[in-house]
Design a protein around this ligand. Structure first.
Ligand SMILES: [Fe+2]
Ligand SMILES: [Fe+2]
Length: 159
């Protein structure tokens, strides 16, 4: 999956900006699926979203797309920990991520919608903007491949 030079630059720029302004780097301490940290997962989702936009020549607000994707799982806790407040993580983390993100960053409507709606259809309200639909789908795609990766590796070992 090759991305354009401008795409890579935009991704790096947004990442640096968000790391400096808030606590995005904290996501390195929390695991998402398999052996992938939330931080890595978020970069993958941003990359995949931007890649899809480039491939399909979609007219979107790329900057908001990338910023929203990078912050979509900004819930800042380890959801594998057996803590009462982390129960039903799937249902509630989009809300938690949004609360943290608006506390730490200045976000526009598209960026907020990306975070708030990325768990559709588990969360019933669908995304409102094109950008939010793209991140919602890129997230499913990345989560799927991250969960499957260790299984594939194991399979290859056995084989
Ligand atoms: Fe999520
Ligand atoms: Fe995610």
């Amino acid at each position: 999956m090759e991305m354009s030079r401008e795409g890579i630059d935009l991704l790096k720029e947004c990442l640096t900006e968000l790391e400096q302004e808030g606590k995005l780097r904290q996501e390195r301490d929390y695991m998402q699926h398999g052996t992938t940290s939330v931080y890595e997962h978020s970069i993958k989702v941003a990359y995949t979203s931007l890649y899809a936009v480039e491939r399909m020549h979609l007219r979107v607000d790329r900057r908001s797309l990338v910023r929203g994707a990078l912050l979509h799982d900004y819930f800042l806790y380890d959801w594998h920990e057996n803590d009462k407040s982390h129960r039903l993580h799937g249902f509630f983390h989009a809300g938690a991520a949004l609360r943290n993100a608006v506390r730490d960053y200045e976000l526009n409507r598209i960026e907020r919608n990306i975070i708030a709606r990325h768990m559709f259809p588990l969360n019933l309200i669908p995304p409102h903007y094109k950008e939010a639909w793209i991140v919602c789908m890129a997230d499913k795609f990345c989560a799927g491949s991250e969960t499957m990766q260790p299984l594939f590796r194991r399979f290859r070992e056995i084989w």
